[in-house]
Design a protein around this ligand. Structure first.
Ligand code: ADP
Ligand code: LRH
Length: 484
């Protein structure tokens, strides 16, 4: 509609952006108005997020959005926020943070995992919440806190929304990554809170994507140049939920890889799978937009590459990603494969050395150059994707005809081709900004600009109009077994 624009604040573990979205006759139109780097930092003896710096970027981005909208004669009618999952800030009655939020890559849950599992055995946790075991699930992080007295826990997007509006809510898709949400009902698993020593009001009330959290505080309106009536809407505030909502799939028989710092690899289901087999395979049942289930596994992801690049840029001039990937693509197939999912790669620092050691331990050839190391990461990610998609198809009975790769990693042609080759399935790559697109389309639907009642199909139709995808076919179809 003419004159109406939506702002998406999308902050991943490696970078953030504020994107202005409009619906035009030709489909959604996205305009990036602000970009900034992100990363956990070693602060006060632990890996943390500099939330004050991030909030300053949010304000700068909203001011840029207000200006860009005004230039075009548009008004920003609403704002949606999504970020990485599981992490939170502890906020007291006055709104002050007890401490800077920890990063999920901080190793402090080492002992608290056992404390949680002694209170509620892993089988029971999974049976109710359907969440894969990751050492940083919110429930383990909370158990590592010194005290939760007098504070509420606000997940990172909810914390940013609180700072903008003064309203405290917990958005449901991200709540599903806490380990405290019932996978069947999408409501808090209240009977877990007592045994875990958690107050039932530790988190603010749940809201679903599409509902209004509040409007801008006067001080925020002044700082950003946006009107006070600008609404902050709940969207799929877990970045992966927004990304999956905007997968430009045409048929139901698709799998997705949300490819960024992590690769989130799986299928979309109507109902959770809470069996022991599913738990042992470490599949998660995260909540998607419209109550869908994101049945997926976290796979190492481009974090392995990001960390190598970071280390190499400390050693000398920053390597060029495109050049490194081209050199890696020129190497022959058959190099070493490591387990990209291993928790050995979770923490920052020393990544090239860790990958080299894993490659040596795998018994394969030794990656003796940077491009060989990059190729090893790409081969290993593609292998992990193929394994995960076969498991997803087997455990869910969901047929997979096509793999949609979205996010920053969809630009990695080598990885997309290797994924097609290893799975024997066509890969459709794009959009790069699927997360922001999903964020914006949920807002557009709430404003009545998408067909009502069409669910994710309507959002995906609009996503297809926004995105052009690049297709990768498997090199040797006959030699490969297809998933499902
Ligand atoms: P996150 O949301 O987790 O911060 P993104 O979706 O922004 O992650 O994806 C970041 C990743 O995308 C980078 O680690 C990088 O590997 C990949 N990437 C970004 N630009 C390119 C490019 N031009 N070619 C290949 N890969 C790219
Ligand atoms: C991706 C992501 C993923 C979570 C991880 C903490 O950005 O949200 O879905 O598991 O970060």
């Amino acid at each position: 509609r003419q004159g109406v624009a939506f702002a998406a604040i999308d902050i991943g573990a490696s970078s953030g952006r504020v994107i202005l979205g409009r619906l035009t006759d030709a489909g959604p139109d996205l305009q990036t108005v602000h970009r900034f780097a992100n990363g956990a930092q070693f602060l006060g003896g632990a890996l943390r997020w500099d939330i004050e710096a991030l909030f300053a970027e949010v304000l700068a981005g909203l001011a840029a959005a207000a200006q860009a909208a005004a230039v075009a004669g548009d008004t920003v009618t609403s704002i949606g926020i999504d970020t990485w999952a599981v992490d939170y800030g502890l906020v007291d009655d006055t709104g002050a943070l007890r401490h800077l939020p920890f990063s999920y890559r901080d190793g402090r849950t080492g002992t608290s995992i056992g404390v949680v599992h002694r209170a509620v055995p892993p089988g029971q946790l999974y049976g109710q919440t359907g969440l894969q075991f990751l050492p940083f699930n919110t429930v383990y992080q909370l158990a590592a806190e010194r005290s939760l007295e007098g504070v509420q826990a606000l997940l990172i997007p909810d914390l940013l929304a609180y700072r903008l509006t003064g309203e405290r809510r917990t958005e449901a898709t991200n709540a599903s990554t806490t380990g405290l949400l019932d996978a069947r009902t999408g409501t808090w698993a209240v009977d877990l809170f007592g045994p875990l020593g958690l107050r039932e009001d530790l988190f603010p009330p749940l809201v679903e994507p599409g509902s209004t959290i509040g409007t801008l505080l006067p001080a925020i309106a002044r700082k950003t140049g946006l009107p006070e009536v600008t609404a902050v809407l709940a969207v799929g505030s877990h970045d992966t939920a927004s990304a999956v909502a905007a997968v430009p799939a045409e048929s139901a028989h698709f799998a997705y890889i949300s490819s960024g710092t992590w690769s989130l690899v799986g299928v979309e289901l109507d109902a959770p799978i809470l069996t022991d087999e599913s738990r042992t395979a470490n599949f998660t049942n995260e909540r998607g937009v419209d109550g869908t289930i994101r049945y997926l596994r976290n796979t190492g992801g481009l974090w392995l590459l990001q960390e190598c690049l970071r280390e190499w840029s400390v050693e000398g001039p920053s390597p060029d990603l495109a050049e490194l990937l081209a050199a890696a693509a020129a190497l022959p197939a058959g190099g070493p494969i490591i387990d990209a999912d291993s928790t050995d790669f979770l923490a920052p620092d020393g990544m090239p050395g860790r990958i080299l050691r894993a490659a040596v331990a795998s018994g394969g050839s030794i990656p003796s150059s940077r491009e060989a190391l990059v190729r090893c990461i790409m081969d290993s990610l593609a292998e992990a994707y193929a394994r995960t998609l076969q498991d997803a198809a087997r455990l869910s009975g969901h047929r997979i005809d096509v793999i949609h790769v979205v996010g920053g990693g969809s630009q990695n042609a080598l990885l997309c081709q290797l994924t097609a080759d290893r799975t024997g399935l066509p890969v459709l790559a794009g959009p790069v900004e699927a997360t922001a697109l999903g964020n914006i389309l949920v807002q557009a639907r709430a404003a009545g600009l998408l067909d009502a009642g069409t669910g994710l199909a309507g959002i995906r139709r609009a996503a297809r109009a926004a995105a052009s995808t690049v297709r990768y076919d498997p090199a040797d179809k006959a030699a490969l077994t297809s998933a499902g």
